[in-house]
Write a protein that binds this ligand. Structure first.
Ligand SMILES: [Zn+2]
Length: 176
C-alpha cells in the first residue's frame, strides 16, 4: 500500500516539474536573445538540458498551431529545437543540428512564427535537405526532409543563427 502511494506521488511530482515557458517575441525594440548566435550544447545529459527539452515540448504543445520551437524562443541561446509529435517524425529533438545537404530547388511557402505573432509571409526555402543532429539521448541521427519539414528545419535553424523569417519574407501580412 505504501509502495503504491509513493509511486503515485512520484508521478505527480514529475508532472509538476514540467513547465510552460514564456515565448520570446520580436517587439519594437530589438530582442537580443532572438538576434544572437546560439552556442552548441556541450552536455546533453545535463539535467538542466533534459528539463529544458521537456519544458520546450510542453511549451510547444501549449501553443495554438506551433509545429516547432527553437531554444532562443524560450530565452536561451543554445543550438537546439523541438518539433511537434503531431508531425510524426522519427525524431522530435534536434541538438546541435547541421544541414549536410540542401537542394538547389526552392519554393516560396507561407510561413509564420511564434516569436512574430500575427504576421505571415511567403518565404523562399530549399524544397529538400538532409540534417544531422543529436537527439535527447545524445545519439547522432540523420534525417531527410522535404516540403513542410524541410521548411521547418530551415526556419528553426535560422533561429539558432539569430534570423527570423521576416528578414527574408515577401508580402508580409498581419492577421489579428
Ligand atoms: Zn520561429
Amino acid at each position: 500500500m505504501d509502495l503504491i502511494l509513493s509511486i503515485t506521488v512520484c508521478c505527480v511530482t514529475m508532472k509538476i516539474h514540467m513547465a510552460i515557458l514564456p515565448i520570446q517575441t520580436e517587439l519594437k525594440e530589438r530582442n537580443k536573445i532572438l538576434r544572437a548566435m546560439s552556442q552548441e550544447v556541450k552536455d546533453i545529459g545535463d539535467p538542466r538540458i533534459q528539463k529544458l527539452i521537456g519544458d520546450m515540448h510542453e511549451t510547444l504543445e501549449n501553443t495554438e498551431n506551433g509545429v516547432g520551437l527553437a531554444t532562443p524562443q524560450v530565452g536561451k541561446n543554445l543550438r537546439m529545437f523541438v518539433a511537434s509529435p503531431a508531425l510524426e517524425l522519427a525524431q522530435t529533438v534536434f541538438i546541435n543540428p547541421v544541414i549536410v545537404k540542401i537542394s538547389k530547388e526552392t519554393d516560396s511557402m507561407e510561413e509564420g512564427c511564434l516569436s512574430v505573432p500575427g504576421k505571415y509571409g511567403k518565404t523562399r526555402r530549399a524544397t529538400s535537405l538532409k540534417v544531422e543532429a543529436y537527439n535527447e539521448h545524445g545519439k547522432k541521427f540523420k534525417l531527410k526532409a522535404e516540403g513542410l519539414i524541410a521548411q521547418l528545419v530551415q526556419h528553426e535553424m535560422g533561429h539558432l543563427d539569430g534570423e527570423l523569417f521576416i528578414d527574408k519574407a515577401k508580402n508580409i501580412k498581419t492577421h489579428s
